[in-house]
Design a protein around this ligand. Structure first.
Ligand code: HEC
Length: 499
C-alpha cells in the first residue's frame, strides 16, 4: 500500500470517527420558539410528541429521560439519539381523572444503583382504591423485579403524588389527603404527608417518630417535590378554592392542612398555628394557578435562572420561575413564561447541562379551550440558543392581583352574621350558600354590598360596606360566589370601581 493511500485511509477513518461522534451528540430537533431573557437567548424544541399524558419526567445520569405516562407506560428516552423506548406497561394501573401512574424517580446514580421508583393508583375492588409505591430494577430494555415498598389510601382525587431521592439517599414520597383532610393531621395515617424511607422500603432510624414513615404532615394535594443544590426540600401544593402553596419541608414539621389554608391569616388559623407550631408556606397564590411539577435550577446553561424553582402550572398554563433568597428559605420574585402558549404543563426537570424539559398535559381529564394542540402531549426542551430562528417570547411579570384574601375580609366583616359556613341564621341573616342574589350578575350584587339593604322584613339590616377598598370588595364577593357550592364568576376590582 502506498503512502498516499495510507494517509487517505487514516484521514478517512478519522473523518468517519469524527462524524460518528458528532452525530451521536447533535440530535436535530425542531425549534418552535425562542425566548429572550435578560442576556441569554433560549430555544424551545420538541423532544417527543403524541404521548399519553406524561405525568412525571425524570433525568437520569446516563443522559436519558425517564417518562411515566398516566395510563401506565414507563419509557426511557435517550437524549443523545432522541430514541424513545417503552420499558413496561404496568397493567394494574387504575386511570381516572387524576388517578393513574403518577410519580416516578430514578436513582440519582443510576449506573451504580439501577433503580426506578413509581407510584400509581390501583382499584382493588369497587370500594377500595390505593396508591402503590413500587421499586423496579432497570435493564437495557425493560424493568424487572418489581418490589412493592408501600401502599397508602387512595381516592378518585387528591392522590398526590411525587417522588424524590434526597442527598441522604433516602426516598421521599408526597402523598395526597385522599380527599379526607383530617388524615393530614392524623399521625397514624400516611396520607397528606411527606413520607421518608430507605430505598428498600424500610423506615430509617432517624425519622421523627420511631417506626413511622412520616417526615412532615398537614398537606392537601401535592403535585411537586424537589431538592435544591443545598439539599433543601420544596413542594408545590394545590389549595382548595384559594391559596396554592410552595412549602419548604423540614423534618417533623406540620404544615397545617386542613385547619390552615395558605397563610396563617384568619383568627382560627392563627390559634391553630400557635397550638400546633405549624409552618407557613414560603409562597402562596390566590387566585389559584394549580401548581404541578417543580424543579430546582442552579443556573448552569441558563444563568438568569440560577437559584430558582421552576414550577409548571395546569390552570395557569405556564412555567413560573421563582427566585429564591440566598439561604433558600424565602422567595424573591416570580416570572411567568409561555402563559397559555403550550397549554397545561404537568412536569419539569433539568439535565446535567441545565437544559430544561417540560411535559404538557393537554390530553388529560380537564383540557382547556383551544387545546390540545397537534402532537400533544409533548415533551419540550429549553436550552441556550445562538440566534433566533422563531418568534421571540418574553417573560411576563405576575399581575399584582389583589393580595387581599377574600376569606379574610369575609371572616372580618361578614361571618358574624352570615356565619363561617355561609349558612346564615334562619329567619334573620340569609344564607349566602346557594343564594340566587350572590350568584347573580355582579352588577346587581355589588350594590347590595356597597349600599346595604334595610328592607326591615328580615328584622335585621345588611350594613353598607362602601368603606372597603375596591380590591377588598372584589375579593369578598369572589369569595362568596365561589364557596359553599356556589360556582359563579370572579368579581374584579374594576367592576367595583365602575359602581
Ligand atoms: C350585621 C349583620 C350583617 C353583616 C355583618 C353582613 N350582612 Fe349581609 N345581610 C344581612 C341581612 C340582615 C341581610 C338581609 C337583608 C334583607 O334582605 O333585608 C343580608 C343580605 C346579604 C346579601 C343578599 C343575600 C340574599 O340572598 O338575600 C348578600 C349578598 C350579603 N348580605 C353579603 C354580605 C357580605 C359580603 C358581607 C360582608 C362584607 C355581609 N353581607 C355582612 C346582614 C349582614
Amino acid at each position: 500500500m502506498s503512502k498516499i493511500n495510507d494517509a487517505k485511509l487514516i484521514f478517512g477513518l478519522l473523518a468517519s470517527l469524527f462524524f460518528a461522534a458528532c452525530n451521536s451528540n447533535t440530535l436535530q430537533l425542531q425549534t418552535i420558539d425562542n425566548v429572550q431573557l435578560q442576556k441569554n437567548l433560549l430555544k424551545v424544541e420538541v423532544l417527543a410528541k403524541d404521548l399519553d399524558v406524561p405525568w412525571d419526567i425524570c433525568y437520569a445520569d446516563d443522559h436519558s429521560l425517564f417518562i411515566a405516562e398516566q395510563g401506565g407506560a414507563v419509557s426511557r428516552l435517550d437524549l443523545a439519539t432522541g430514541k424513545k423506548k417503552q420499558l413496561v406497561k404496568i397493567a394494574e394501573v387504575w386511570r381516572k381523572r387524576t388517578a393513574g401512574l403518577l410519580g416516578l424517580v430514578v436513582h440519582p446514580q443510576v449506573q451504580k444503583n439501577p433503580y426506578l421508583f413509581v407510584n400509581y393508583t390501583v382499584k382493588k375492588d369497587s370500594l377500595l382504591i390505593i396508591n402503590r409505591l413500587v421499586r423496579y430494577e432497570i435493564t437495557a430494555d425493560t424493568l424487572k423485579n418489581p418490589k412493592v415498598l408501600l401502599e397508602v389510601d387512595g381516592y378518585t382525587a387528591h392522590n398526590g403524588s411525587r417522588l424524590a431521592i434526597g442527598p441522604d439517599q433516602k426516598l421521599y414520597w408526597a402523598t395526597g389527603d385522599s380527599y379526607f383532610g383530617e388524615k393530614a393531621q392524623d399521625p397514624k395515617s400516611l396520607n397528606g404527608k411527606i413520607l421518608r424511607m430507605n430505598t428498600d422500603g424500610s423506615v430509617p432510624k432517624d425519622n421523627p417518630m420511631p417506626n413511622s414513615y412520616v417526615w412532615a404532615s398537614g398537606f392537601r394535594n401535592m403535585q411537586g417535590l424537589t431538592f435544591s443544590d443545598k439539599g433543601l426540600l420544596y413542594t408545590s401544593e394545590h389549595g382548595d378554592a384559594i391559596e396554592d402553596e410552595i412549602n419548604l419541608i423540614e423534618k417533623g414539621k406540620n404544615y397545617g392542612w386542613p385547619a390552615i389554608e395558605g397563610k396563617e391569616d384568619l383568627p382560627a388559623e392563627k390559634a391553630f398555628a400557635l397550638q400546633h407550631h405549624t409552618t407557613p408556606p414560603i409562597k402562596s397564590w390566590t387566585p389559584v394557578i394549580a401548581p404541578a411539577g417543580i424543579t430546582y435550577h442552579n443556573g448552569k446553561g441558563i444563568p438568569e435562572w440560577a437559584n430558582s424553582l421552576l414550577l409548571t402550572t395546569l390552570k395557569g398554563k405556564s412555567l413560573r420561575v421563582i427566585k429564591l433568597s440566598d439561604d433558600g428559605k424565602s422567595t424573591k420574585g416570580e416570572e411567568i413564561f409561555f402563559e397559555k402558549h403550550y397549554g397545561r404543563l404537568r412536569d419539569v426537570c433539568t439535565d446535567r447541562d441545565g437544559a430544561v424539559y417540560l411535559a404538557t398535559s393537554n390530553q388529560d381529564w380537564n383540557p382547556s379551550p383551544g387545546f390540545p394542540l397537534p402532537g400533544d402531549d409533548k415533551i419540550l426542551k429549553i436550552s441556550k440558543a445562538d440566534e433566533a430562528t422563531q418568534k421571540v417570547l418574553r417573560a411576563k411579570e405576575p399581575e399584582t392581583v389583589n393580595l387581599v384574601s377574600g376569606k379574610t375580609v369575609y371572616q372580618q366583616y361578614c361571618a358574624s352574621c352570615h356565619k363561617d359556613d355561609g349558612k346564615g341564621v334562619l329567619g334573620t341573616f340569609p344564607a349566602l350558600a346557594g343564594s340566587a342574589k350572590v350568584k347573580a350578575n355582579p352588577e346587581t350584587l355589588i350594590p347590595i354590598l356597597l349600599n346595604g339593604i334595610s328592607s326591615e322584613q328580615a328584622g335585621a339590616a345588611m350594613p353598607a360596606f362602601n368603606f372597603l377598598s375596591n380590591e377588598e370588595a372584589a375579593a369578598v364577593l369572589t369569595y362568596i360566589r365561589q364557596n359553599w357550592g356556589n360556582k359563579a364568576s370572579t368579581v374584579k376590582p374594576t367592576q367595583i370601581k365602575k359602581q
